[in-house]
Ligand binder design. Structure first.
Ligand code: PHE
Length: 369
């Protein structure tokens, strides 16, 4: 029989020397496992005489308790050392700057639209919207484009395939069909759910997407317009001129705006005009409000009596003016971008350069954010 004192010395030394949890576990099994050295001793108690057992029992059990306690203590010490090593290795340097994060931003078109809406909101205009896919009636017919008239071609329209009723819808070529949607109260040609227009007086702007088969430095097949419509009694060109000049001054944040109204033709306005703003093009940059040059900004005019009639309004009672401007183009002018097509090329470098913070300061022109 192994001498208990020797075994105690051997096991104690081995526990203290166990280099890691794995070695310690192997040691525990070899001593206290099923056929471990201490377990064997405990088993041998059964074959002893009562006197021997009385003497050896406490010694062997004492050895077991001692070694168990030593193993537990060693295990705790090893775990603590392991944690210390891990903590030392994983130290976080709080003085390091965080890795940069990519931030989203506001697209210049949306920023410019918001700026325009803010300016018109201050003048008492509401916002109306309509769908991108429009009926031929709203896009053309109700706006006084005669059937088969070349004016329809002038818009280079994207037509959708014929639907089961033989109707060809269009991708709206301008925001003017929303004039019809806003005014429309009585018309047998339209289902009643469309004929839900507003009662005059009407003062709305219509920001939205528009589409034409066109692509060059100043045209993209998809672009944005903002439409304006005012219907009331006794409205005349003077109201139109004041409204547009006030808008341009606030939008471009300049007080001296000189405008010029050139006669033009739109089927849905009479008289019709294009509005130019005095500008300076020297130095490769367009400056609004000064210089000897003119810049075409938008189309406008007095709402044609036929359009009023098509929308169920009596032209002898109601008059109005309308205008339509290219949002992207005004944005390009205000923020100096060289090519309109870049607006929709989804180049992240361009977007980061020309994009706006989502938390921009209030617009200085209006005080609104
Ligand atoms: N719809 C016209 C266009 O797209 C602009 C316009 C709107 C002109 C309203 C007059 C009145 O060119």
């Amino acid at each position: 029989m192994t001498d208990i004192t020797t075994l105690e010395a051997e096991l104690s030394a081995a526990v203290d020397a166990a280099p890691d949890a794995q070695a310690l576990e192997a040691l525990r099994v070899s001593a206290l496992g099923k056929s471990g050295s201490i377990s064997d001793l405990l088993k041998s108690l059964g074959g002893m005489s009562p006197d021997e057992r009385r003497e050896m029992g406490p010694k062997i059990n004492g050895l077991r308790d001692l070694i168990q306690g030593k193993i537990a203590a060693r295990k705790a010490a090893l775990e603590a050392a392991e944690l210390d090593a891990k903590l030392a290795a994983e130290q976080v340097d709080l003085s390091l700057p965080p890795p940069p994060r990519r931030k989203g931003g506001v697209h210049p078109t949306m920023q410019v639209m918001d700026e325009m809406i803010a300016v018109f909101a201050e003048m008492g205009f509401g916002v109306a919207e309509g769908p991108d896919i429009e009926t031929d009636f709203n896009n053309f017919t109700a706006l006084n484009f005669p059937p088969k008239h070349p004016a329809r071609e002038m818009h280079d329209t994207f037509f959708l395939p014929e639907d089961p009723r033989g109707e060809r819808k269009v991708l709206r070529t301008h925001t003017s069909p929303v004039q019809v949607r806003v005014m429309h109260r009585v018309n047998e040609q339209l289902p009643s759910w469309i004929a839900n227009g507003q009662e005059p007086p009407i003062r709305v702007i219509v920001p939205g997407r528009t589409f034409r088969k066109d692509s060059d430095q100043t045209h993209t097949p998809m672009f944005h317009q903002i439409e304006g419509l005012v219907i009331d009694r006794g409205i005349h060109m003077g109201h139109l001129k004041w409204t547009l000049e006030t808008f341009i001054a606030k939008f471009f944040e300049t007080s001296n705006v000189t405008t010029r109204f050139r006669p033009h033709h739109f089927p849905f306005t009479e008289p019709s005009a294009e509005m130019d703003v005095r500008c300076d093009r020297s130095g490769g940059e367009v400056k609004i409000g000064q210089g000897d040059d003119w810049l075409e900004i938008l189309g406008c005019g007095m709402v044609h009596p036929n359009v009023l009639r098509n929308c169920g309004l009596d032209p002898d009672v109601w008059q109005g003016f309308a205008f339509g401007a290219g949002v992207d183009r005004l944005g390009v002018l205000k923020y100096g971008m060289p090519d309109l097509r870049d607006m929709f090329a989804s180049d992240v470098r361009w977007l980061e350069h020309y994009g706006f913070s989502a938390f921009a300061a209030p617009n200085p022109a209006t005080g609104l954010s």
